[in-house]
Design a protein around this ligand. Structure first.
Ligand SMILES: Cc1ncc(COP(=O)(O)O)c(C=O)c1O
Length: 395
């Protein structure tokens, strides 16, 4: 018998992927250079040269078992050490290699984290706007997703709503900072208030309420902004990272969970993740990628390009009188749609070959997301089209 849960999910396909499929179809008709596709967070930059060189060097010098053999269940030892050393150096933490679990990107990291600290029936709280894939990660673990409505003024956390959402079934709060889609970083004040609330709620219910922090954009931060390291604020934190965005290697599928050394269960969570992988049938990222990244752990792509792109869009939006919180990071911007129905707005945009993503899938209504990990030259060509669309359709 077919599994009805997954069959039903087919009706509810990822809107972003559908839009991006539209872009490819349209691109085949009129040339992809003429489709202004802002739908996918697929990095447009080159991977760091040091990463490419390291890969070539490994392929030319190492034997086949080292390159292509199975890795230990809990990951390549050198990679785990390199991650721990880097986090300790950069954020004054005290991780050891044993606190690091390599995963297939941030997706794998969040999916493992949710399972590690919950049992079926538990509640996981997410803050809108949130990454739509949290739903399958949470529901796939048999848990219930509870959404806190967005603070649409500043895209920080609506603490009044959050406080009311806790119950004895809450096992974790899952946050994403720097945030996709808002491009906003949670401030140290927000993180301190959150940590205080998590301590209070843990005490109230007599069990630890964990914090899962999804941070694939931690290293894409614009001038004048800083991205606080979330784990510094609360010990019961599982930090999820990906090299997809900072090194522009999303297809290589490498990320990790870093379990705070003072977290409850810090000694068993990483080994438990190894067992969770067995259940998911999805073990360890590729060996060669772990080896290469371990040697260039702090290197990144030419990330300031994203700030240039953001400024180009932000200026255009200002000219058009479209309100939006100016992003401090990531490669997303999240303006208010000029009509209430963001889906209708994005549909109209496709008539101008502009591919924009409605906010509904992120748990907020009336906004749209633009992923500006696109060539700057194409960005510049897209702006007159955006102006034409807004002027003709809304003025
Ligand atoms: C907020 C957020 N979390 C997780 C992911 C998944 O990242 P990865 O490709 O590293 O699995 C993404 C990807 O876009 C994301 O934006």
């Amino acid at each position: 018998m077919l599994n009805e849960t997954y069959r039903e999910m087919l009706q509810n396909k990822n809107v972003i992927r559908e839009l991006s499929e539209f872009a490819y179809r349209r691109g085949a008709e009129i040339g992809y250079e003429n489709v202004f596709d802002f739908s996918l967070g697929n990095p447009s930059l080159e991977a760091p040269a040091s990463f490419t060189e390291k890969m070539i060097h490994l392929l030319q010098t190492k034997d086949t078992m080292t390159l292509h053999g199975y890795t230990p269940t809990l990951g390549n030892a050198r990679f785990k050490e390199a991650v721990a050393e880097s986090l300790n150096r950069r954020y004054g933490m005290h991780y050891k290699a044993e606190h690091i679990f390599p995963t297939t990107g941030a997706a794998g990291a969040v999916a493992h984290s949710v399972r590690a600290i919950s049992k079926p029936g538990d509640e996981i709280i997410v803050i809108a706007p949130y990454f739509s894939e949290y739903t399958p990660y949470i529901e796939g673990a048999g848990c219930v997703k509870k959404v806190i409505p967005a603070d649409t003024e500043a895209f920080q956390i609506n603490f009044g709503e959050l406080e009311r959402a806790f119950t004895e079934k809450t096992s974790a709060v899952l946050i994403n900072t720097p945030n996709n889609p808002s491009g906003v970083i949670y401030t140290p004040e927000t993180l301190m208030t959150l940590a205080t609330m998590l301590r209070e709620q843990s005490e109230r219910f007599g069990h630890t309420v964990y914090l899962i922090t999804d941070e694939p954009y931690r290293d894409i931060v614009f001038s004048g902004f800083e991205s606080p390291y979330v784990s510094e604020f609360y010990p019961h934190t599982l930090s999820c990272y990906s090299f997809a965005k900072s090194m522009s290697i999303p297809g290589e599928r490498l990320g990790y969970v870093a379990v705070h050394p003072d977290c409850e269960g810090a000694d068993v969570i990483v080994p438990m993740c190894g067992q969770i992988s067995r259940g998911l049938g999805h073990n360890c990222p590729p060996s060669i990628i772990m080896q290469a990244v371990a040697e260039v752990i702090d290197d990144v792509s030419d990330l300031p390009v994203y700030e240039t792109n953001m400024n180009i869009i932000n200026e255009t939006l200002q000219e058009l009188g479209i309100s939006c919180v100016k992003p401090g990071d990531t490669f997303y911007i999240f303006p208010k749609a000029p009509e209430e129905d963001a889906v209708a707005f994005c549909k109209k945009a496709t008539e101008y070959d502009l591919v924009l993503v409605p906010s509904d899938g992120f748990g907020v209504k009336g906004f749209f997301r633009m992923a500006y990990c696109v060539d700057t030259e194409k960005m510049k060509r897209a702006m007159p089209r955006l102006k034409q669309f807004i002027t003709e359709a809304y003025r």
